[in-house]
Design a binder for this molecule. Structure first.
Ligand SMILES: Nc1nc2c(c(=O)[nH]1)N[C@H]1C(S)=C(S)[C@@H](COP(=O)(O)O)O[C@H]1N2
Ligand SMILES: [Mo]
Length: 318
């Protein structure tokens, strides 16, 4: 039986490759192994022989993120939330969001596509294998959580609707129910919450449509029943409770680039070299642990996504 991970074993951000290949159940296994192979040196501080891990039950397997950090607890993940439709108080969202009805649910996918369609949540769950992805969620505010998502890559759904060649961006819209979303009374924001990606970002295999956490359906406060997760970008790109996806030729407006264009860019790639005008982005607090750790470019996913931005000046807050 493997021993649980002790907090003293949590790997620091400076040497994140350690123990990566123990993420046996993560959907990133192939990427992880490719990175290890490229580096040539196997991890030396493996806590357990592989055979013992292989015999462990799923919940006993060490599940770690790309820095070797174990996930936050469901308690933490579901009680410290940004979901401005409900409240700007992170600890109040969980309670308020209980009134949000997320069943039945449909996602309409259209715009510049050859096969537009409206998909019921059940169809999406049946048609696409739900993979587990352990990603770090780095909020632009300077905190991080490690979340074991269940879901499927967005590119599977996009391939199904078959984007036209003119489609250059993918826009996402959150459900809006004014009756149960007191935050939408705020006139500082343009509702409904809207986000967007460039199409190559949307097609990247790391870009996930999440439907669960820890093997359970998403809770309302986490963006039930289906939300985007883009792990190399600040958390605000990971739009919750999606009802509409539209492919466009023009760069879409987003809630944050409309509300405060000088503070929140369209690309919003995690970058410790570009500070927020009002606070530093060089470090972050991992929820549930004390102190701060250095923030890493692209949230540690540079190997996977760096090529998407070749030639772009990354010191600009786009
Ligand atoms: N619709 C909607 N999506 C949203 C937000 C929001 O306010 N409304 N907040 C974003 C921000 S700022 C973050 S950090 C993450 C938080 O996700 P979590 O509460 O599941 O950790 O959701 C993002 N998605
Ligand atoms: Mo955020």
């Amino acid at each position: 039986m493997p021993t649980p991970i002790r907090s003293s074993e949590i790997t620091s951000h400076s040497h994140y490759l350690t123990r990566r290949d123990f993420i046996k159940t993560a959907g990133l296994l192939s990427i992880g192994s490719a990175v290890l192979a490229a580096c040539g040196t196997p991890p030396t501080d493996a806590p357990q022989p592989r055979t013992q891990l292989a015999e462990a039950t799923p919940t006993q397997i060490a599940k770690l993120d790309n820095f070797g950090t174990p996930p936050n607890t469901l308690e933490q993940i579901s009680n410290y939330n940004n979901f401005f439709e409900f409240s700007t108080d992170k600890e109040e969202v969980a309670q308020l969001a209980q009134a949000f009805v997320t069943n039945p649910w449909q996602v309409e996918v259209g715009g510049l596509v050859n096969n537009p369609g409206t998909f019921g949540l059940e169809d999406l769950l049946n048609d696409y294998d739900q993979e587990e992805r352990i990603y770090r969620l780095r909020c632009v505010e300077g905190w991080t959580m490690v979340i074991p998502w269940d879901g499927f890559p967005l590119h599977k759904l996009l391939s199904k609707v078959d984007p036209k060649s003119e489609a250059k961006y993918v826009k996402f819209i959150t459900a809006m129910d004014r009756d149960v979303m007191p935050g939408t009374k705020s006139i500082f924001y343009q509702w409904p919450y809207q986000e967007a990606l460039r199409i190559d970002e949307a097609m990247h295999d790391l870009t996930l449509l999440a439907t669960g956490i820890y093997g359970q359906p998403l809770l309302p406060q986490n963006g039930a029943p289906i939300r985007l997760v883009v792990p190399w970008k600040y958390g605000y790109k990971s739009i919750k409770s999606i009802v509409k996806i539209e492919l466009t030729a023009e760069k879409p407006k987003t809630l944050w680039t409309t509300a405060a264009p000088d503070e929140y860019g369209f690309f919003a790639n995690v970058n410790p070299e570009v500070n927020h005008p009002r606070w530093t982005q060089t470090s972050e607090r991992v929820i549930g642990s004390l102190g701060r750790v250095p923030t890493v470019k692209f949230n540690g996913y540079e190997e996977e996504v760096g090529a998407l931005y070749a030639g772009m000046d990354l010191t600009v807050n786009y």
